[in-house]
Structure formats: structure tokens, C-alpha cells
Write a protein of this length. Structure first.
Length: 242
């Protein structure tokens, strides 16, 4: 495994040209349903917080109700090479039912498979954003970051929420967020309320773009939304605003 993250292979000029085009693309019109991929590490180390994730996911749907609603696809990995995706869910009940059937199994991380799935989905249909929640990184960082760069070119920001502060995972997660134009944030069992707010803010972005996220923040949609905006608009990021 390489010791430090690197940029993917496409040259900088090509990337800049593509990102300029993405930045000029209007956000989805109000009233259109957003699409969000919700990816989770379901290995054994995540078992203590799995129920928390199940309980707070409903906030994402509630936050987008006024601007068109949200369809969410659950993706998770666990055990020996198991990485699965579910059907798109239009409401919190459907997603909760899917998550309630999942039990955490010991195994290594498969974040590369998750990103590859996001890329395939984005090539077929418009994906507003993706969320990944995990606590570890045990893969080849160059390969994973290459895929992250490709996702960034497709205009899909990945928002990475890290449980705990493992330094290797943090380095990789920050780079995935940077390359896709998303954002990174740590959380723990004591910050469930903050995670609710962050997930809601990402859902708003997936449904209505940066303008909707800015409006959500201005209308009192939690200070965490402001932190997301600041990360996503920082110079040198991946896909930037849309």
C-alpha cells in the first residue's frame, strides 16, 4: 500500500476544463426529486453505531420534502468480499427496512468497490451526491483515489463521515472528499445530533444543488451546513459548486 494519497492519472488541464463545465451546470430545478447514494461500512467495528445510523437516516428525507423529495440507495460492505446495493427508496420507511436487515460482519474495507458502484450509477443517471460512513481504510490508496477522481469528473461529490480518528483513514477519506468536491467530517457516539444535521444538509444538496444548500443554511438549517459549504467552495477542490 502506498503511504500517501496521489492524484488520479488524468492531466490537470483536462480536469480543469471538465470541472469548469460542471460548475456552469445549473442545479436541479425545485420540485425535482434528488438521488443520493448512502454507503456504509458494515464490518464488525461499526456494530456499536449501526443502530444509530439506522435511526437518524429519516432526517435526510424530511429535510428535502419542501424542495422535491429524495430517492436514496443503500450500499454496504461487510464480511469476505461482500458489497451490496439495494433498490432506490423514496421514503425513510423503505430505507429503514433495508438497513434493519443488515448485520455487521467482520472483514476488511471495500471502499474501492463502493466508489466503483457510485461511478457506474453516475454514468447511467444523475446522482446528486453520495455519502460514505466508515471508520477504517485498508486498501490501495492510489487505486481508490483514482476512482474518486473519476467520480469528481462526473460531478458527484462524496461526503465522507469518519467515525473515530484513525490517521490513515482520515488521510484517505479527506482525499476522497477533495477529489470529488465533497467534504469530510469526523463524528462519534456523542455527536449523533451533528450527524443528523450533516446528513440533512447533504440531502438538501443532492436535491437542489449548492443554491438549495445555501438557502437551507440561511433559513436556519444548522451551522453544520455552513461548514459543508466552506469545504466544498474551498479553492483547489474537485467538482466544486453545481
Amino acid at each position: 500500500m502506498a503511504n500517501s494519497p496521489t492524484r488520479p492519472n488524468p492531466n490537470r488541464t483536462e480536469i480543469d476544463a471538465f470541472l469548469a463545465k460542471v460548475a456552469a451546470t445549473p442545479a436541479p430545478a425545485a420540485g425535482g426529486r434528488g438521488r443520493l447514494i448512502f454507503a456504509l461500512d458494515a464490518t464488525m467495528s461499526r456494530e456499536p453505531t449501526w443502530d444509530t445510523a439506522c435511526q437518524i437516516q429519516a432526517e435526510m428525507f424530511e429535510a428535502t420534502r419542501a424542495i422535491g423529495g429524495l430517492d436514496v440507495q443503500l450500499v454496504f460492505f461487510r464480511g469476505f468480499g461482500e458489497c451490496k446495493s439495494g433498490k432506490w427508496q423514496p421514503n425513510a420507511e423503505g430505507l429503514a427496512a433495508q438497513m434493519g436487515k443488515v448485520r455487521c460482519h467482520a472483514g476488511r474495507t471495500q471502499i474501492g468497490k463502493v466508489l466503483a458502484h457510485i461511478k457506474r450509477q453516475a454514468e447511467k443517471t444523475k446522482i446528486g451526491a453520495a455519502i460514505f460512513v466508515g471508520d477504517a481504510f485498508e486498501e490501495d490508496i492510489d487505486s481508490v483515489c483514482h476512482t474518486a477522481g473519476e467520480i469528481g469528473l462526473l460531478g458527484v461529490p462524496v461526503f465522507v463521515f469518519q467515525e473515530g480518528r484513525d490517521p490513515l483513514a482520515e488521510k484517505a477519506f479527506r482525499e476522497i472528499a477533495r477529489l470529488t468536491g465533497g467534504a469530510w467530517c469526523p463524528f462519534d457516539l456523542q455527536s449523533a445530533a451533528m450527524l443528523k444535521s450533516l446528513l440533512s444538509a447533504v440531502a438538501v444538496y443532492a436535491t437542489g444543488g449548492m443554491k438549495a444548500l445555501q438557502d437551507y443554511s440561511a433559513s436556519g438549517g444548522q451551522r453544520e451546513a455552513v461548514a459543508l459549504i466552506e469545504q466544498m467552495t474551498r479553492p483547489g477542490r474537485g467538482s466544486g459548486q453545481r
